[in-house]
Design a protein around this ligand. Structure first.
Ligand SMILES: [Fe+2]
Length: 211
C-alpha cells in the first residue's frame, strides 16, 4: 500500500462489529468509510496540484506542514493529520484486548504514573477535558519519559517533538451515535478495546528510531 500520493484508505484490521458492545458497528463503518475516506480524498485533491509533495510520506507531510506555503498549509495539515491520526487510532483497537501485566511499556507506565490505574485516570481525564474536537495521547519525550497530552482538531503530537504510543479520538463522530454526549462512558468503553501489543510496538519503535 502506498505511503505517498495517491494515498489509499487503509482497511480496518477487523470487522465493523468486532468491537461491539464497546464501539458499535454503525459508528465504525461511518468513522472509517466516510470520515477517514474524506480525509484521504481531500489530501489527494490538495496534493494533485502540488507535484513537489507527491513523493512525501504521510509522516513527512505532517512533520513539514507548518512550513508549507499559505495557500495549502491548512489543507495539508488538517487532512494529512486526519489520515495519520485515524490510521493510528484504528490500529490501536482490537477485539482481543487484554490489559498488560508485564513488558517494557507496562513497566514504563508504572515508573511514570505510579500505577496502571493512575495512568488510566490521567489519560481518560485528559481526553474528557479536551474542549471541542481532538485526541488524547500517551506519548514519549526524546529521553523516553512517558507523558499524557491532548491535541486539538487533527494536530499531531509529533509536532511537539513527542513520539506517539496510544491515542483516543474524541471528535464527536467517534462516539455520538452510541453515546450521544456521554464522552466519559465512551472513553471507559474504548479502554476495553485497546490493542496493547500495537501500543507496545509503537513504544519499541519510538526507541529504535533514536538508537
Ligand atoms: Fe475521527
Amino acid at each position: 500500500m502506498n505511503n505517498h500520493y495517491p494515498f489509499e484508505l487503509v482497511p480496518l484490521p477487523y470487522a465493523y462489529d468486532a468491537l461491539e458492545p464497546y464501539i458499535d458497528a454503525e459508528t465504525m463503518a461511518l468513522h472509517h468509510d466516510k470520515h477517514l475516506r474524506t480525509y484521504v480524498d481531500n489530501l489527494n485533491t490538495v496534493l494533485s496540484g502540488c507535484p513537489p509533495l507527491q513523493d512525501m510520506t504521510l509522516e513527512e507531510l505532517v512533520a513539514c506542514s507548518d512550513r508549507l506555503p499559505d495557500q495549502i498549509r491548512e489543507k495539508v495539515k488538517n487532512n494529512a493529520g486526519g489520515v495519520y491520526n485515524h490510521n493510528l487510532y484504528f490500529s490501536l483497537m482490537s477485539p482481543a484486548s487484554k490489559l498488560p501485566q508485564s513488558g517494557n511499556l507496562y513497566d514504563a507506565i508504572i515508573r511514570c504514573f505510579g500505577s496502571f490505574d493512575e495512568f488510566k485516570k490521567r489519560l481518560l481525564a485528559t481526553a474528557l477535558a479536551r474542549f471541542g474536537s481532538g485526541y488524547a495521547w500517551l506519548a514519549t519525550f526524546a529521553n523516553g519519559r512517558l507523558t499524557v497530552v491532548s491535541t486539538a482538531n487533527q494536530d499531531v503530537v509529533t509536532a511537539a517533538g513527542l513520539c506517539p504510543i496510544l491515542l483516543v479520538d474524541v471528535w464527536e463522530h467517534a462516539y455520538y451515535l452510541r453515546y450521544q454526549n456521554r464522552r466519559a462512558e465512551y472513553l471507559e468503553n474504548w479502554f476495553q478495546v485497546i490493542n496493547w501489543p500495537a501500543a507496545q510496538l509503537n513504544y519499541y519503535n519510538c526507541f529504535c528510531r533514536r538508537l
